[in-house]
Ligand binder design. Structure first.
Ligand code: AMP
Ligand code: GLY
Length: 423
C-alpha cells in the first residue's frame, strides 16, 4: 500500500522511518518532508496546510493511507477532506481536533466528563480576565485558547505578570485569533509526563510513557521551546498509575468525545502533571508529540502501518503492540538563538559517523539538502536518539553521537533524561 505522510519535523522523520519498516508498505510519500524523510521515501513539495493540493495528489497517486503529523491541518479539517474524497486518513476530523485547537472546548469537556485538571476559567474580555487575576493574588497560568505553536502558555508566579500575559494575548493579539479567548488556571506542581495512545473511536491502546523537556536551558530554565529532548519510558509512571490514567482520564475523554458527537480517531496525547493528589491534565494534543515520538517509535517493535490502518478501520482490538524493553533517549540539537531568532543554511557534518554508533538514529527536523551538503533549515535541527540497557546508557550513547555532529551555533541541553536517572 502506498502511503502519504504529512509534515516536516523530527516527529515526521521518525514516523517515516518506522513506516518504511512495514512489510506492507509500497511507496512512501512525504509532504513536504525534510532531508531525513527523503531517505525513507519520496518528498513531495506540497505544504502541510495545502489541503486541496494534498487531496489531489493522494487521488492521482492512488494513495491507500494518509498519516497526518501536525495539528494545524488536523484542526483545519484535512482528515474530513481526505475522507470526503474517499481516501483513508489517520487522525481526528476537525470536530475532534478541537480537543487541542480550542482549550476552552477541552476544559468544558473535561469538566462535563469529571476529568481531573487545573481549576480554570474562560474569558472573552480582557477587563474580566484582569479583574479575576488581580483577585487571586497567587500564581496563575494564562493560556491562549487557540493554536499558538506551543507558545501560547504563560506560567506566572506573580499575578501582575499574569495580567501582562493576558494583555499581550487579548489586546496586543500576539497570537491573532488564537487569543480571542483565554483560559486562566491554577498552577499545578509535580512532574510532567506525556501519555500517548492510539484510539479508534472506541478502543484505546496506550503507548509506552515518555517525558519531554520544554525549556531551552539545563535544569528547566529559560523560555519554553517545542521540546529539547525526551525519553521513554518515564519511570514516574508506574503500572498502577498507568491504569489510573486510563480509567480516570483516557476512557472518560474518549466517551465524552462520543457523547459530544465528535468521535475520536488517531493518536490522543495527554499532557499530564503527576501531582501529590494524582494525575491531572495540562492539555490534550490530537497527534504524536514532538520529540516524544522519536524515543517512543525507536522502542516500538510492531508494524506502525498495521496499527494506523486498524485505527482507521475501528479494529484496534485486533492488534498487539510490542515494545523493546530498553529505554530510549532523544537529544535535540538546535540552531543558536532558538527559540528566538536564528540563522539557517549552516552546513552540518558528522551525521553518518554518529549513526554508525550501535542503536543510534539521527532524526532530522529542520534540515535540507543543498548542493550535496546537509544544511540547517529550522530551529530544532536534529533529534539524536539512542537505545541503551539502562536509561543512563541510552543517555551516554545519545550524547556520544551528538559529539560527532557539528554545525555553526549548534546548541543542545546537557541534562536530557537526568530526571529519570535520578529516580
Ligand atoms: P500546554 O501547552 O497547555 O501543555 O502548556 C505548556 C507547558 O506549560 C506545559 O508543558 C507545562 O510545563 C506548563 N503548564 C501548562 N499548564 C500548567 C498548569 N496548570 N500548571 C503548571 N504548569 C502548566
Ligand atoms: N512535545 C510537545 C508537543 O508535541 O506538543
Amino acid at each position: 500500500m502506498d502511503v502519504l505522510l504529512i509534515g516536516s519535523g523530527g516527529r515526521e522523520h521518525s514516523i517515516a522511518w518506522k513506516l518504511a519498516q512495514s512489510k506492507n508498505l509500497g511507496k512512501l510519500y512525504i509532504a513536504p518532508g525534510n532531508a531525513g524523510t527523503a531517505q525513507c521515501g519520496e518528498n513531495v513539495p506540497i505544504g502541510a496546510n495545502d489541503i486541496e493540493k494534498l487531496v489531489d495528489f493522494a487521488k492521482q497517486n492512488d494513495v491507500g493511507l494518509v498519516v497526518v503529523g501536525p495539528e494545524d491541518p488536523l484542526a483545519a479539517g484535512i482528515v474530513d477532506a481526505f475522507e470526503a474524497a474517499g481516501v483513508k486518513a489517520f487522525g481526528p476530523g476537525a470536530g475532534a481536533a478541537q480537543l487541542e485547537a480550542d482549550k476552552a472546548f477541552a476544559k468544558q469537556l473535561m469538566r462535563s466528563s469529571a476529568i481531573s485538571t487545573a481549576e480554570g476559567r474562560i474569558f472573552e474580555r480582557f477587563k474580566d480576565a484582569k479583574a479575576y487575576i488581580a483577585s487571586r493574588d497567587e500564581a496563575v497560568v494564562v493560556k491562549a485558547a487557540g493554536l499558538a505553536k506551543g507558545k501560547g502558555v504563560y506560567v506566572c508566579d506573580d499575578p501582575a505578570d499574569g495580567i501582562l500575559a493576558a494583555e499581550k494575548i487579548m489586546c496586543d493579539k500576539i497570537f491573532g485569533q488564537a487569543g480571542e479567548k483565554i483560559i486562566v488556571e491554577d498552577k499545578l506542581l509535580g512532574e510532567e509526563v506525556s501519555i500517548l495512545a492510539f484510539v479508534d473511536g472506541r478502543n484505546i491502546y496506550l503507548m509506552e510513557s515518555s517525558q519531554d523537556h520544554k525549556p531551552i536551558g539545563d535544569g528547566d530554565t529559560g523560555p519554553n521551546t517545542g521540546g529539547m529532548g525526551a525519553y521513554s519510558p518515564a519511570p514516574v509512571v508506574t503500572e498502577p498509575l498507568m491504569d489510573k490514567i486510563t480509567r480516570e482520564i483516557l476512557v472518560p475523554v474518549v466517551d465524552g468525545m462520543n457523547r459530544n458527537g465528535t468521535p475520536y480517531r488517531g493518536v490522543m496525547y495527554a499532557g499530564l502533571m503527576i501531582t501529590g493528589g494524582g494525575p491531572r491534565v495540562l492539555e490534550f494534543n490530537v497527534r504524536f508529540g514532538d520529540p516524544e515520538t522519536q524515543p517512543i517509535l525507536m522502542r516500538l517493535k510492531s508494524d506502525l502501518l498495521e496499527v494506523c490502518l486498524a485505527v482507521c478501520d475501528g479494529k484496534l482490538d485486533q492488534v498487539t503492540l510490542e515494545w523493546d524493553r530498553r529505554p530510549a533517549v532523544c537529544v535535540v540539537m538546535a540552531s543558536g538563538g532558538y527559540p528566538g531568532a536564528y540563522e539557517k543554511g549552516k552546513r552540518i557534518t558528522g551525521v553518518e559517523e554518529a549513526e554508525q554508533l550501535k542503536d543510534v538514529v539521527v532524526f532530522h527536523a529542520g534540515t535540507r539538502s543543498q548542493d550535496g551538503d546537509l544544511v540547517t533549515n529550522g530551529g530544532r535541527v536534529l533529534g539524536v536518539t539512542a537505545l541503551g540497557e539502562q536509561i543512563a546508557d541510552a543517555k551516554a550513547r545519545a550524547y556520544k553521537a551528538v559529539d560527532k555532529i557539528k554545525f555553526e551555533g549548534a546548541y543542545c541541553r546537557g541534562d536530557i533524561a537526568d530526571k529519570a536517572i535520578r529516580k
